[in-house]
Every structure is written in structure tokens, then in C-alpha cells.
Design a protein around this ligand. Structure first.
Ligand SMILES: *[C@@H]1O[C@H](CO)[C@@H](O)[C@H](O)[C@H]1NC(C)=O
Length: 309
């Protein structure tokens, strides 16, 4: 911690989304609505799953927790970005920047791990339907959630321990919508080549390994279903397509940004918007609007609530 004193700058400039004044107002309204919908949608899922007696299957337990991670991930980055759109001097304190990176990687890492648990859940449900309830016990589900938090914590700590001590004394412009680890460590007035490699190994590999595991698990599911019967394949594809969409939109940008952080190209900002703003909104849309069971339960809970008033 005392190394922080060596830094002669106390804040970073977050460039964010720039453009004409009109464009900024449009961005503001767009992201404001998007973020509002993300919070409302995910909260709705969490409350529905928690208070409904119908949705107690393992998938919904995991989905409730995924919604929680989504909401947190979005909250770490989006409100600050939205407020910045109306500000002329977009600065963030050194501490604020570190905090943002810590929580981003905590929830990002946890979410990636939980997505694997959800793929496993789908694998058991589709390939071993008779053993579904006995395999996916409450105990195992709680283990999955705990494991996700643990991986997220180890992942973010391993990087932050090395980042928090970096001295910053010169350039302080972060050309993104939030403090992003690969960009921030490049600003340190110290050779950070090794640290940058470490971030590639840590964040990049985590994204890549999770993505490969998910990809393999979906392949195994589809192959199993295909070999078993010819009619089941299209049903399985329709069940899985939602998962595959989320996984691709979430991991695509992450792998791109973290596995090649040396290539600083202008599309990074757009990709960052994708996995921090768009994906957290997609989960509620995909699972709620496309899912009959979920819709019915939400309606029931609403009626119950109105009747009890
Ligand atoms: C998420 O996981 C926790 C701990 O395992 C569990 O108690 C909780 O019910 C889950 N949340 C939702 C919304 O399902």
C-alpha cells in the first residue's frame, strides 16, 4: 500500500465514449435505458427464482445467481460511464480505478465459472435425464456457487496484488469506458512487460479455457442427442441456442481484449460495451421472454402480490 505514495498522479482520465454533444446525449439516453433494463430484468429473475415455489429446479438456482453476477458486473462499470457522458472532466481516482478493476475481475471470473456449471447442468439434464435430480443436488449447486466466488476472488486478487503497488507518475489517460487492466498497467512508470504477460496468462487464459470447456460441453451434448435419436437434435439446439449466444457474446470480446492486450485497436471500446453492458441485459431477455415457465411464474407472483395487498 505504501508504494501508492510513490505515484505522483492521483487520478486517471477515462476517455469514455466521445463525439458531438448531441451524440453524447443520445449515448446517455441509450445506456441509461439499457442499464435500467438490466437492473430491473435481473432483479426480476432473482426475486422470481427466490420467491417462487415452482422454479426450484437446479437451472433456476444457477440462473438466479447468474443474474446476480450480471447485475453486479454491469453496476461496476455502467453507472460511472453514464454519469461521465454528461461531465466535461472525466476523471476517476487511483483508488476508484483499482476498485473498479478488482470488482470487474471478481464478478467476471465468477460469472465465467458459473456459466460452466450451467453447461454441466444442461449436460446432465439432456444426456442423463433420469439421474438429473440426484446428481444436481442442492449441496452440489451450493458448491458450484461457492466455487464460482472462489475462482473469481483468486483470479482478481492474483492480478490486483501486482497492480496495486505500481507507481503512476506520467501519462494518465485510459482510452476506454472503464478502468481496464491491460490499459492501466501500461501507464505505470515502470517496465510492466512481465506483468502484461501475466495478465494475458491470467485473464486471457481463464476466458479461453472457460470458452473451450463450454464449447466442448455443448458439442458433447449435441453429439449425444444426435446419436440417440434424430428428432431430439432440433429441440436440443433450440434449448442450447440461448446459452450459446450468451457464451459467444460474453467470451468473444473477453478473449479478444485480454488474450491480445498488446494490440491496442480502436474497437476495444465497442467490445468492452458488449461484455459489460449488453451481455448482462441479454440473460434476462433470453431466459425470461423465451421461457414460458418463467413468464407464467412471474405473472402468478404478480397476481399473488396484488391479491395480498
Ligand atoms: C444463489 O446461491 C446461493 C448460495 O448457494 C443460494 O442460497 C441462492 O438461493 C442462490 N440465488 C438464487 C437467486 O437462486
Amino acid at each position: 500500500m505504501d508504494h501508492m505514495n510513490k505515484s505522483t498522479i492521483s487520478e486517471f482520465v477515462l476517455v469514455g465514449l466521445s463525439g458531438s454533444w448531441t451524440l453524447q446525449i443520445l449515448y446517455f439516453m441509450f445506456f441509461f435505458v439499457l442499464y435500467g433494463a438490466t437492473v430491473v430484468g435481473n432483479l426480476l429473475i432473482i426475486l422470481t427464482v427466490t420467491f417462487s415455489s415452482h422454479l426450484n429446479s437446479p437451472m433456476y438456482f444457477l440462473l438466479g445467481n447468474l443474474s446476480f453476477f450480471d447485475m453486479c458486473l454491469s453496476t461496476v462499470t455502467t453507472p460511472n460511464m453514464i454519469v461521465d457522458l454528461l461531465r466535461e472532466h472525466r476523471t476517476i481516482s487511483l483508488r476508484g480505478c483499482m476498485t473498479q478493476m478488482f470488482f470487474m475481475h471478481l464478478f467476471g471470473g465468477a460469472e465465467m465459472t458459473l456459466l460452466i456449471a450451467m453447461a454441466f447442468d444442461r449436460y446432465v439434464a439432456i444426456c442423463k435425464p433420469l439421474h438429473y435430480t440426484s446428481i444436481m443436488s442442492r449441496h452440489l449447486l451450493q458448491r458450484f456457487v461457492l466455487f464460482s466466488w472462489t475462482i473469481g476472488f483468486i483470479h482478481t486478487m492474483s492480478q490486483m496484488v501486482l497492480t496495486i503497488n505500481l507507481p503512476f507518475c506520467g501519462p494518465n489517460v485510459v482510452d476506454n469506458i472503464f478502468c481496464d487492466l491491460p490499459l492501466v498497467i501500461k501507464l505505470a512508470c515502470k517496465d510492466t512487460y512481465i506483468l502484461e504477460l501475466f495478465v494475458i496468462a491470467d485473464s486471457g487464459l481463464l476466458s479461453l479455457i472457460c470458452f473451450i470447456l463450454l464449447f466442448l460441453s455443448y458439442t458433447v451434448i449435441l453429439v449425444t442427442v444426435h446419436n440417440r435419436s434424430t428428432g431430439g437434435l432440433s429441440k436440443a439446439i433450440s434449448t442450447l441456442s440461448a446459452h450459446i449466444t450468451v457464451v459467444t457474446l460474453f467470451f468473444g470480446p473477453c478473449i479478444f481484449i485480454y488474450a491480445w492486450p498488446f494490440s491496442n485497436f480502436s474497437g476495444t471500446k465497442i467490445l468492452s460495451v458488449f461484455y459489460t453492458v449488453i451481455t448482462p441485459l441479454l440473460n434476462p431477455i433470453i431466459y425470461t421472454l423465451r421461457n414460458q415457465e418463467m413468464k407464467v411464474t412471474i405473472r402468478k407472483l404478480r397476481t399473488q402480490h396484488i391479491n395480498s395487498k
